[in-house]
Design a protein around this ligand. Structure first.
Ligand code: AHM
Ligand code: MG
Length: 343
């Protein structure tokens, strides 16, 4: 029988790599291993709550709005609390930030403070919760700059290429944790009977070419010319300049759309549009675009905002929004080129 590799064993082997060769890519220090174990444990709890659905009384809206002015769902709040409670006492973190909290959450004084910063979208795809469609948790890990004992929002404002770990957990027909620590992408499927994540795919690769795109087509009339040009050409199929037919998918959960792209390729776009022209896009840079962008790059794909690499954007705000184009490299390069030609 092939031996099963648990997430715990996978991470311990990564840590040994660190002890052997501290600067080896993907080698992780013990505190980062602990952090990732704790995030995975929190995701198991969230998965359990999601699975119970109406039986657990967790569906529907809460009576509150988040910092983005969006009505919070009960599960948004539950997932946020699970992640905070799991992570605050372990001694590995300095602070956390979340889509569901306006400011940063500093680890309380009664617990030891570590050097890591954890950001998350506790439950992405909130509009899909009540309709039983895949949703997920997205997370990103940074290191706090060493100067000074106190931690502030400023510590979080680092570009995505500074991430030391990133991933998501998708709650779908299977619960799958997808992780990078900078040496490729690995996937772990939750064995519900055993209660553990088991390595089910390593060295995930996104094909460079694709015939599948994901975009919310109902916003077409609001798009900018380069995005419209790209989609128009896809829609023309074999009769158009691309000379091939394209397929469209839009799940409206970024985790599910990105998971499909990591599995079989494709291009995902949530571009700037004219509905709210002052906002650079709908999705958030720090805890949506950066972790997903890094995962996609680690799997051989690309991620830009149309003009530059997402991971090179210098953030100025915790809840900053960004235009997102990510997935199969040749398609992302093409959309980015269309933006340059239009400029
Ligand atoms: P959320 O974090 O509030 O759930 O919003 C993010 C989601 C993404 O998962 C998804 O790609 C997008 O919003 C869907 O937007 P729309 O409903 O406009 O299609
Ligand atoms: Mg989200």
């Amino acid at each position: 029988m092939t031996q099963r590799i648990s997430l715990t064993r996978y991470l311990i082997e990564k840590q040994r790599g660190h002890e052997g060769k501290a600067d080896a890519p993907g080698a992780i220090p013990p505190q980062l291993r602990l952090l990732l174990e704790v995030v995975a444990r929190a995701c198991k709890s969230i998965s359990l709550a999601v699975t119970k659905g109406a039986l657990g009384g967790v569906l529907g809206a809460a009576e509150s709005e988040n910092v983005q002015g969006e009505i919070q769902k009960k599960l948004d709040i539950i997932a946020n609390e699970v992640l905070i409670e799991a992570n605050e006492w372990g001694g590995h973190l300095a602070a956390m930030a979340s889509e569901e909290m306006e400011g940063i959450y500093t680890v309380p004084n009664r617990y030891p403070q570590g050097e890591y910063l954890l950001m998350f979208d506790p439950l992405d795809g909130s509009s899909n919760i009540d309709v039983n469609v895949s949703i997920g948790t997205i997370f990103s890990v940074l290191i706090k700059a060493p100067e000074g004992p106190s931690v502030s929002e400023q510590d979080f404002l680092q570009p995505g290429h500074k991430q030391v770990a990133a991933g998501y957990c998708i709650y779908g027909p299977q619960t799958t944790l997808v992780l990078t620590v900078g040496d490729g992408v690995a996937m772990f499927t939750l064995d519900r009977e055993q209660g553990s994540f088991v390595l089910t795919q390593e060295n995930v690769r996104v094909p460079e070419d694709t015939k599948e795109f994901a975009i919310n087509m109902s916003n077409m009339r609001h798009w900018d010319a380069p995005v419209k040009r790209y989609i128009d050409e896809c829609l023309q199929g074999t009769e158009g300049p691309r000379g091939k037919d394209f397929n469209m998918r839009w799940i409206a959960s970024m985790v599910a759309d990105v998971h499909r792209i990591l599995t079989r390729g494709g291009v995902f776009m949530y571009p700037w549009d004219k509905r709210e022209p002052e906002k650079p896009g709908k999705l958030r840079l720090m805890y949506e675009a950066n972790p997903m962008g890094w995962l996609i790059e680690q799997a051989g794909g690309a991620a830009t905002d149309g003009k530059q690499r997402i991971l090179d954007i210098q953030p100025t705000k915790l809840h900053q929004r960004v235009s997102v184009i990510l997935g199969s490299k040749n398609e992302v390069d093409r959309v980015t080129r269309y933006h340059a030609e239009a400029a």
